[in-house]
Write a protein that binds this ligand. Structure first.
Ligand SMILES: *Cc1c(COP(=O)(O)O)cnc(C)c1O
Length: 233
């Protein structure tokens, strides 16, 4: 007899997280519909990801190009896939045409390669600029002081459209990095750089999404709270 897998925990987790997102939004006077709940799918089997899509998830976040290539065809087409992981320029060609947005643009050389590939595909690729808000040595992301210059340069590329900012703050209970990111997002919007659409602040994960929403996040990226602890092989 074949065992049916029970993925009902995903449905329960999703309902609980959606509720917590809504509550966090209302608490600070924001419309819950302004906040996108993205499912982060690294190491998660496609049938479990599809279960999340059945529950109503419409955005998936992928971290690794190779893993995404092996799962892409198996996903329900109802969800939009964004690339959120660190990206090497030589892998860009596998993503263009296959992802709606790239969250991890943190250097001009990467933006130029995205521009080159997007031009070849005849599309304009939506991207976010990733900021290293904690100024951590080991982390990717542009340093906050360098953001205006990078934004100007990337905005000038014809086949790339900057739609906002993304960050992975240092793991701490203190909300100072989230607040710093909120200020940076507002300051960056106020620059009114031509040909940009600064509408997305991708910030907040399983451990801090409520605090991130209080600090203006418009997109939260949830992995373990939705799918359970990740198992790396
Ligand atoms: C893994 C990951 C997440 C989700 O992390 P959780 O703590 O499991 O919710 C969000 N964003 C990025 C860029 C990630 O790599």
């Amino acid at each position: 007899m074949r065992m049916e897998h029970d993925f009902s925990y995903v449905r329960e987790n999703y309902a609980r997280i959606r509720e917590a997102v809504n509550t966090a939004a209302l608490k600070c006077g924001r419309d819950p519909n302004e906040i996108t709940l993205m499912a982060v799918t690294k190491t998660v089997a496609p049938e479990i990801v599809n279960c999340a899509i059945d529950c109503g998830i419409r955005f998936l976040g992928e971290n690794r190009v190779q893993e995404y290539q092996s799962k892409r065809e198996l996903y329900h087409p109802d969800a939009q896939v964004h690339f959120i992981g660190h990206l090497q320029a030589n892998k860009v060609k596998y993503l263009i045409g296959n992802v709606a947005m790239i969250h991890s643009v943190d250097r001009m050389s990467l933006a130029q390669e995205i521009n080159r590939c997007a031009m070849k595909h005849g599309i304009r690729q939506d991207v976010l600029l990733e900021v290293n808000i904690g100024g951590e040595e080991s982390k990717s992301g542009v340093m906050p002081q360098q953001l205006p210059e990078l934004l100007e340069q990337v905005a000038a590329l014809t086949n790339v459209r900057v739609c906002g900012l993304m960050t992975i703050p240092p793991p701490t209970q203190d909300t100072c990095h989230l607040e710093a990111m909120q200020r940076l997002f507002e300051d960056t919007k106020a620059l009114h750089v031509p040909d940009t659409e600064m509408r997305i602040l991708s910030m907040g994960m399983s451990g801090d999404f409520e605090a991130a929403i209080a600090c203006g996040s418009t997109l939260v990226r949830i992995g373990s709270a939705l799918f359970g602890a990740r198992m790396y092989r």
